[in-house]
Design a protein around this ligand. Sequence first.
Ligand code: CTP
Length: 396
Amino acid sequence: MTQQRVLLIVGGGIAAYKSLELTRLLRRAGIAVRVILTSAGAQFVTPLSLSALSEDRVYSELFSLTDEAEMGHIQLSRSADLVVVAPATADLMAKAAQGLAGDLATTTLLATDKPVLMAPAMNVRMWEHPATRRNLATLRADGVSLVGPDEGAMACGEYGEGRMAEPQAILEAILKQLAGAGPLAGRHVLVTAGPTVEAIDPVRLLTNRSSGRQGFAIAGALAGLGARVTLVAGPVALPTPAGVDRVDVESARDMMAACRAALPADAAVCVAAVADWRPDEAFGVKLKKGRGGPPSITLVENPDILATLAAPSPDRPAVVVGFAAETNDVEAHAQSKLQRKGCDWIVANDVTEPGVMGGLENSVMIISRAGTERWARADKDAVARGLAQRIARDLT
Ligand code: CTP
């Protein structure tokens, strides 16, 4: 499966530190990143940091035999789906507007046949200077897109427009640009994530320990492959992944309704730890300690969202994926869940393994009618990228 690829040019501004976070976010979204670091940029961030985060070597020299032998500058300029300049300094923008090609970054900008997105970063006076305005108009006319800059306090102590957009906003802009290109472009995927909460009374509730991390990571990875993603989320303390439409819900019944409203979808991934039961009635006022001792609460079963989405119907997504969080006999339980729920595959994990439930890592098995695949333990982002690729494979 081909990954989406970004060529990131890091210019020489204090905002270059944000390009490290941008690189991390891009990799989390499953996007390959190749970095060109200008010599001014190297005054602010090191090639080593960018190389570690991009998991690739960093290019910087135009007249370097090793660089040219490995990948010539023309090939480099064509090697990505999108060229991103962040930070785009006043100097880089001026050179790009003039078509100068004195170093690897500017040569690449002149040689590329790919769309270019710039995230300007400079002092407010430089941003407002007529020369920058002229360059900006030229770049826009040349088809360059822009994200930011924001208004705010600057490293130089002044205040105004010129701060580089935040990495998350740049990622959003990148995903928008790439949306037409990924293997899931034009596809809609529904993801459920997090716990549900079931009210006992206005202050008490039944819930579980799900953090929502795995589901959120999957939603982000699917968006990274170009899908339109609807994430129906129970209450969790997580930021919405870039490029994802999020619908917040509380109870299982709310989650069911939000999922139905989101259909049709090409695929559905049910990661949520839906509460199996809810109190048969939620009291309208807080229950008081009375003389009769503790109240007894009768539980009734919640709708099964996965089984409903997987049931034969004209609206059934082509690929329906369930999760099975088990504490014992993982494979056997997951096999029976696959049959019972009618989904296409089950991602099973043993939640008694340390660091899985509520943690950052997962070790999963993929169970389908074709058999069982065991994946090596990995962080939830890597598992999410693998699952997103597998969904894309099933849909194409
Ligand atoms: N699921 C769902 N709606 C429910 C219960 C579960 O959509 N009401 C989905 C979960 O999102 C997950 C899968 O079903 O993808 C399995 O969830 P799990 O809680 O492990 O299964 P249960 O149906 O509760 O089965 P069991 O009680 O046997 O573990």
